[in-house]
Design a protein around this ligand. Structure first.
Ligand code: ADP
Ligand code: ADP
Length: 235
């Protein structure tokens, strides 16, 4: 089975002092089919970051399961989680986390180097990807020499060069002006049309309008889903 299944997950944070607890997620269930483009929206504090951290295997749910291609993420041992992330997931975050003393090309290569891919394979993938993202002229430059929108495209290239099963994006347009934001959204749309599965957390209704489906989260629960074409599904 090739899909993401989030099954009845809960996440409770316990604070050390005072013994109070916060139910950040309460019984969240949804699935993402291969090739879908899903946006998650919700107010600050609704549980979006918590959900994304769980999907990214950076944290574990208190109960419930998350499966990617049938593999239970809770069963991925801590020491294997980095390898799992590297092999299956692509991350696009609000801050690009590019390494300033590496060229654009080496920044994009980084996940492939970590995965010990042969150089020939790395060059082949970059040759295919760079023109699509308008990065051909920028490969020998350094992150501080290029614009914010260009940096975001480099970060996107680094996320997708591993050919991940799922792209997880956290406010990917959050730091961009409207022009570069539109470029990034066009890129995501193109990737999705080529079959890439994308899950994006966003505050932006413009960004969310590009997705095939929007999940609205409130108080740790999915309270509505909006499908492109205006069908709604109250829960
Ligand atoms: P969002 O990303 O939608 O703003 P979060 O997932 O960050 O929401 O937060 C959901 C709820 O969980 C909030 O009440 C928040 O204060 C709480 N929370 C998030 N992370 C922690 C944490 N590490 N420890 C305690 N409470 C947390
Ligand atoms: P976002 O901008 O994504 O909504 P937040 O400001 O909610 O992010 O949270 C930023 C970070 O702080 C996250 O890693 C979250 O887990 C953590 N955090 C949020 N609320 C709390 C809290 N009450 N106690 C401890 N950590 C928290």
């Amino acid at each position: 089975m090739k899909r993401l299944e989030v099954n009845n997950i809960k996440k409770t944070y316990h604070t050390r002092l005072g013994g109070t607890s916060v139910d950040a997620l309460k019984e969240i269930t949804f699935s993402v089919e291969p090739g879908e483009y899903v946006a998650i929206m919700g107010e600050s504090g609704s549980g979006k970051s918590t959900l994304l951290n769980l999907l990214a295997t950076l944290d574990q749910p208190t109960s419930g399961s998350i499966k990617l291609n049938g593999q239970d993420l809770n069963q991925v041992k801590e020491q294997d989680a980095a390898i799992f992330r590297r092999n299956h997931l692509g991350f696009v975050f609000q801050d690009f986390n590019l390494l300033d003393n590496f060229s654009v090309k080496d920044n994009i290569f980084l996940p492939l180097v970590l995965a010990k891919k042969p150089l020939v394979e790395m060059e082949k993938r970059l040759d295919a990807l760079a023109p699509k993202l308008g990065l051909v002229e920028l490969l020998e430059k350094y992150p501080y020499e290029i614009s914010g929108g260009q940096q975001q495209r480099v970060a996107a290239a680094r996320a997708i060069i591993t050919e991940p099963e799922l792209i997880l994006a956290d406010e990917p347009t959050g730091a961009l002006d409207s022009k570069t934001s539109a470029q990034l959204l066009a890129l995501f749309q193109q990737l999705n049309q080529e079959g890439q599965t994308i899950l994006m957390v966003t505050h932006s209704t413009v960004a969310a309008s590009h997705a095939n489906r929007v999940l609205f989260i409130k108080d740790g629960q999915v309270f509505n889903q909006l499908y492109r074409g205006n069908q709604t599904n109250e829960q």
